[in-house]
Write a protein that binds this ligand. Structure first.
Ligand SMILES: [Zn+2]
Length: 227
């Protein structure tokens, strides 16, 4: 069965594959751009890239309702465990693990990761997710880093890159990221949520066409990409 990745705005994704539902960084109820609410989404696993509210806000309520397993760095998993979320799977940078839906490797990200109550959220991360031998790289919140060249050696079928600037890479550095990663397809995220990260995804996609070998995919929140 085809894997479908639905962008729910900002850094949030819903992945449906083989009867499994995987959420990444759910930020729905308080997001100005999310097309669904937290009580409407399915989840068996919730991947969490770092501790900031715009990536963790709905994790607890969705995990409680669905019984989903929270996957994140050790510190974030311990924070949710202390809230009574029993199903957690802590990982750390560079480590990979097989899950029922596919393989997940935790990659570096240049960002910060304090949790909303001030708790140390450990290292921020991205995720390289392998499903049916296809590699999807979620850079999550990060600045540009040259090790993207190494991540790209896996052969990236789809890369989700932030282009919003201010808190993450902006459009210029995201073009450099595409060159380093050399993905088949690339989708811009972490933009349009608020004015401070407002960019033009279509203009960026035109630059991807001209400057790189990747195919840009621009979608609106609620739209999906088939892997
Ligand atoms: Zn963010």
């Amino acid at each position: 069965m085809a894997t479908e990745l639905t962008w729910l705005g900002h850094g949030t994704w819903s992945i449906a594959t083989g009867g499994h539902h995987v959420l990444l960084d759910p930020f729905l109820d308080d997001s100005p751009v999310a097309p669904v609410k937290a009580d409407e989404v399915k989840a068996d696993f919730i991947l969490v890239s770092h501790g900031h509210f715009d990536h963790t806000a709905d994790v607890e309520k969705i995990a409680r309702r669905t019984g989903a397993t929270v996957v994140g760095c050790f510190e974030i998993c311990e924070w949710f465990r202390a809230k009574g979320i029993d199903r957690v799977h802590p990982m750390n940078i560079g480590g990979g693990c097989a899950f029922p839906f596919g393989w997940v490797k935790m990659t570096i990200a240049h960002h910060s990761s304090m949790l909303p109550d001030g708790t140390d959220g450990g290292c921020p991360c991205g995720f390289l997710v392998t499903i049916d031998e296809k590699n999807v790289y979620f850079a999550c919140d990060t600045g540009l880093f040259y090790d993207m060249k190494l991540i790209g050696r896996a052969g990236i079928d789809l890369a989700a890159l932030p282009i919003g600037d201010n808190f993450t890479m902006g459009p210029d550095d995201a073009i450099e990221a595409v060159k380093l990663l050399d993905p088949k397809r690339v989708v811009p995220v972490h933009t349009k949520t608020w004015p401070v990260i407002d960019q033009d995804p279509d203009a960026w996609a035109d630059r991807v066409h001209v400057d790189t070998d990747a195919d840009p995919v621009v979608i609106a929140p609620g739209e999906k990409i088939t892997l």
